[in-house]
Structures are given as structure tokens and as C-alpha cells.
Write a protein that binds this ligand. Structure first.
Ligand code: GLN
Length: 485
């Protein structure tokens, strides 16, 4: 048995699961085919920071044995790429930073443990902006990932490796994290599906923290159905993360339907502003028409505090990052640079050599906004405006099941285009950071591409624990778009 010519490049979790369940291929065949595909194309894309073929094949063999003994399930034997900031026991976890060079994770993150239990196979570690700070993967200490749709363009970030791996056919599904858009923005740039769950829906235990009140782990996939499958296995209460919600996990796949009859979808006017790219606007308006044709009622809504979201996000995220990244001191994790015997000198030298420019910028900014004299003016005020941003969403969701918006103001930009201007880079998060600040769920689904063939992401935002609604909208839209294409 075994199909050595297996084409894995567009294979979904569901299709791969069907092949495995029917015996058309084994998990070892699948993993082997995927590893060969990565070998063929990754030298142009640079989606993976590291691969461990022996480790992957060993898990695939275990999945095949479990199946032979009667085990089944949608993720049994499915290879998955993991963003390089989630701990997988025995594997490196660099966060694409020099400071974690040589570090080996001693334990599994909760999401990893759950996926392992479900029989998933961890093939490799995907590239990212250092410590998830960035929107292009250009802040990785190791390599710049290229957008497979156009190699001159960025794949987005910070989960750019996870998105590019999908678009290049080097992954069946991947995991990303989203603090201000890092799942949705790269998904939009690369033409795949990316879902940021409600804060507390998925455990953050074993995720290297960037901004703990904003971070969530989520699925990145070829289809909305695959996102539902992966989220199902990841979501739920975890005693290791006290912020996880003690709310039953619904059957996400059962929520998928083919029409949107009876749904009210809001269009936030602040997400259709002057200055946004015309091709993005046209694509999203066409997507809105498609949702209307599927039976949804479309209504105008306003989220008046949207204009403050970037300022608020970059105060809160940097403040939390400055505290979280204090743990990288040369004593406990990864690399140590020790010029003499003085420990204080060692901390400084380690952090100076280990962190890249953007990470340092954020630590400095975050330390500043928390410092006495500035705390009230920046951090405290930002927390108050954060509450107003949440209130805007609560008002909108009082009358709507979900909201439709662009995921990003432009399609993928060119490599190098924004690196000289950090503020310009920060502004690309304008439509995504709001969902993290409010703690709600949101997903990017491929909308109609631009005339140049660049992907555009339709963002579907839902209330807290509204994953079933956004999955339903995303699936119905995706199926209709496929039917008319
Ligand atoms: N681009 C945003 C930032 O640089 C978001 C990052 C993220 O979601 N991890 O902070």
C-alpha cells in the first residue's frame, strides 16, 4: 500500500482524513509526501524555521498503529505545522529570536497536548516575526518568508510562515497566534482561512506570551470546515490557564450551513474609510453582496472608537510585552552572553545580543508607558478606551449576529516596503487589533482577489463565544464563492 505520488499541495484536513480512513494512504505516506513537498518548494518560500522528519514520521507511525487498533478521528495522522512560539516537548522553540537559540521545550503547550491526543503529526516549526511582533515576518531573526502568491511580497505576520506554508502547499493546516491580527492578516495576504478565537476559548498555556490579555492561539487552514475541525480539538477549559472559559465547546462543524437566511450582518462604517485600497474595498463589497444573496440581512453599524484602536493596542501590547519579556535574561532560557562575572552585565549583554531592533523598541515603549508619571496618561487611559471599544462591539452585537469588514486595508505589500517606517507597519493592523482589544472572535476568509491576482481577506467578526456564527457565515460565503468561480 501507499501512494508515493500523493499530491498534498491543496489537500484539506477533511480530504486527508477521508484518504486515511478509507486506507487509500497511511499517515506515514501523507507525512512523507508533505516532507518531500516542503523539500521541493521551501527554499523559495522559507516558511519553516526547522523541520524534524524523524520526529514527524515517528508520530505518523504511531497514528497508523492507533488506527490499526481501532482508533479514529478527524485529526488522526494529519500533519500540522506549528508556529515557532508554541512549546512541543523535545522540539526547539525559538520564537524566531536569537535569544532562544538552543532552547528545547520541556513540555507540551495545552493545544499541542490536545492535538497530540487527537493523533495529529507535528511536522515542523513555522517562521514568524520575532516574539510575534510584526506584520510581515521581516522581523524574524532567521529569514524573511516570501508570499507564495508573489515572491516579491510579504506573507504578512506575525504568523507569516504558517500562512505561507499553506499557500505554497507545504502544510495541510497550521497553528498561528493572534495578538493584534497575526492570524487574520497573514491569512488575508496569502489567501487562506485564519480564525482568532474569543479570548479564553483556547488555552494559552505553553504559548510564549507576547501580550497576555490579547494573545490567542487559532487555526490556519485551507477551508472554513478545517478551521472548525481544528478549533474543536483545541478549545475548552484548561486548569493550566485561569483565563480559559468554563463554557461547553459547541459542535463547530454542525454549525456550518449553506445559506445565511435569518442572519443579520453589520457593516461597520469605520472599516470602509477613505484611503483604503480600492481593490480591497471592491472585493469586500462584492463579498457583502454575496452574503446578501445567501439570505443575510445587511445593516449599517458604527464602531465610533475604532480610530483609537492602534494607539490603544500599541500601548497595552507593549506594556504587557515589556513585562513578559523580562524573563529572557540569560539565566533561565536559551542563550547567555557573559562577558565577565557580573550578573547584571550578563543580563544586559544577553538581551543586547539576543533581541532584535523591533523587540527592543517595544520593550522600551512598554517600559515607558508603565513608568511612574506616564502610567496614568498612557496605560490607564488606554485601558479606559479599550473598554469603550468593547462597548462599541457590544452595541453592534445587540442587533447583529456578526459583522463584515476587510481584514486589512491593503493586499500584501512588497518586501522592504514598510520596514523603514514602523508607524506605517503598525497602521496595517487597524482592522484587526480591535477584536483582540474587545476579546471577541474574528476570522479572515479569502474574498475575491484583486485584478493583479492578490488575495483579499473578508473579516467576519462575532461576539464573545460567537465562533459558530462566524464559521457559519464563512462557510456559506466560501461555498458560494467556489460555486461561482
Ligand atoms: N502586527 C501586530 C504587532 O506587530 C500584531 C502582532 C500579533 O498579532 N502577534 O503587534
Amino acid at each position: 500500500m501507499g501512494d508515493t505520488n500523493l499530491d498534498v499541495s491543496r489537500l484539506t484536513i477533511r480530504e486527508a482524513g477521508d484518504l486515511l480512513a478509507s486506507g487509500a494512504c497511511s499517515a506515514v505516506d501523507l507525512t512523507d509526501a508533505l516532507l518531500r513537498r516542503i523539500q521541493d518548494v521551501d527554499s523559495n518560500i522559507h516558511a519553516y524555521v526547522s523541520l524534524d522528519a524523524d520526529f514527524a514520521l515517528q508520530q505518523a507511525r504511531a497514528a497508523d498503529e492507533a488506527r490499526a487498533q481501532g482508533k479514529s478521528g478527524p485529526l488522526l495522522g494529519i500533519p500540522i505545522g506549528v508556529k515557532d512560539l508554541l512549546n512541543v516537548a523535545g522540539q526547539p522553540c525559538t520564537c524566531s529570536s536569537h535569544i532562544l537559540e538552543g532552547y528545547t521545550a520541556p513540555y507540551d503547550a495545552t493545544v499541542i497536548a490536545r492535538l497530540r491526543e487527537a493523533g495529529a503529526v507535528f511536522v515542523g516549526r513555522t517562521n514568524m516575526d520575532e516574539f510575534a511582533m510584526g506584520s510581515s515576518t521581516e522581523n524574524s531573526a532567521y529569514m524573511v518568508t516570501r508570499n507564495p502568491v508573489d515572491l516579491e511580497r510579504v506573507p504578512g505576520g506575525s504568523s507569516g510562515g504558517s500562512a505561507a506554508a499553506l499557500a505554497a502547499g507545504e502544510a495541510i493546516a497550521t497553528l498561528g497566534t493572534d495578538t493584534g491580527g497575526s492570524i487574520r492578516q497573514p491569512a488575508a495576504f496569502c489567501g487562506c482561512v485564519g480564525l482568532k478565537p474569543t479570548y479564553g476559548r483556547v488555552s494559552r498555556y505553553g504559548l510564549t506570551a507576547f501580550a497576555s490579555s490579547l494573545d490567542q492561539i487559532g487555526p490556519m487552514t485551507h477551508t472554513v470546515e478545517d478551521a472548525a475541525i481544528l478549533l474543536q480539538a483545541m478549545a475548552g477549559l484548561d486548569t493550566m490557564d485561569s483565563t480559559t472559559l468554563d463554557v461547553p465547546v459547541p459542535d463547530y462543524r454542525a454549525a456550518l450551513q449553506h445559506d445565511l437566511k435569518g442572519m443579520r450582518l453589520g457593516l461597520p462604517k469605520e472599516y470602509f474609510v477613505d484611503g483604503m485600497d480600492d481593490a480591497v474595498r471592491a472585493s469586500i463589497l462584492q463579498a457583502v453582496d454575496t452574503c446578501r444573496a445567501l439570505g443575510a440581512e445587511i445593516v449599517d453599524v458604527s464602531l465610533p472608537h475604532t480610530e483609537y484602536s492602534i494607539a490603544v493596542y500599541y500601548i497595552i501590547a507593549t506594556a504587557e510585552a515589556s513585562a513578559n519579556l523580562a524573563r529572557f535574561d540569560g539565566v533561565r532560557y536559551g542563550r547567555r552572553v557573559s562577558p565577565g562575572n557580573d550578573p547584571v552585565e550578563m543580563y544586559g549583554a544577553t538581551r543586547e545580543a539576543g533581541f532584535g531592533a523591533e523587540v527592543k523598541r517595544r520593550i522600551i515603549l512598554g517600559t515607558y508607558v508603565l513608568s511612574s508619571g506616564y502610567y496614568d496618561a498612557y496605560y490607564l487611559r488606554a485601558q479606559k478606551v479599550r473598554r469603550l471599544i468593547l462597548q462599541d462591539f457590544e452595541n453592534a452585537f445587540a442587533t447583529c449576529d456578526a459583522l463584515l469588514a476587510p481584514a486589512t486595508p491593503t493586499p500584501a505589500f512588497r518586501v522592504g516596503e514598510n520596514t523603514g517606517d514602523p508607524l506605517k507597519m503598525y497602521l496595517s493592523d487597524v482592522f484587526t487589533a480591535t477584536a483582540n482589544l474587545a476579546g471577541i472572535c474574528a476570522m479572515s476568509v479569502p474574498s475575491f482577489s484583486t485584478s493583479e491576482g492578490l488575495p483579499v481577506g473578508l473579516q467576519i467578526l462575532g461576539p464573545a463565544l460567537g465562533e459558530t456564527q462566524i464559521l457559519r457565515v464563512g462557510h456559506a460565503f466560501e461555498q458560494r464563492k467556489k460555486a461561482v468561480a
